[in-house]
Write a protein that binds this ligand. Sequence first.
Ligand code: 5GP
Ligand code: ZN
Length: 117
Amino acid sequence: MDNCIFCKIIKGEIPSNKIYEDKDIFSFHDIRPVAPVHFMLIPKLHIASLDNVEKKHQDLLGKIILLAPKLAKEQGCTDGFRTIINTGRVGGQEVYHLHAHIIGGTERLPVMVPNPS
Ligand code: 5GP
Ligand code: ZN
């Protein structure tokens, strides 16, 4: 996708702090980290969001999930971490190239979604 920030990061047209790459997956630190560890795992294939995944993407999604704990530990998350995939308007998705946030490196992350009551 020509106008996609993350496609440009994969191609090296926009610099990033890369932590992992293979033929299918790219991983890099978030530019605005919300915790001591905050990186992204993305497919090299442009898929706009989790709302757009299809059966044919199953192995790709599996690779991302399997890489998450491996890279998280390498980044210092030795006692857990959080994985977030924001999806669409309600999910607050800003960048429409599917990405999993991996967040941690702190004693305890705050509650994910505060109880409204
Ligand atoms: P979303 O809200 O779509 O789940 O998250 C998008 C994330 O991408 C945000 O956390 C934001 O900080 C990150 N981001 C946006 N632009 C860039 C960029 O150019 N480089 C990097 N490394 N992260 C970015
Ligand atoms: Zn893209």
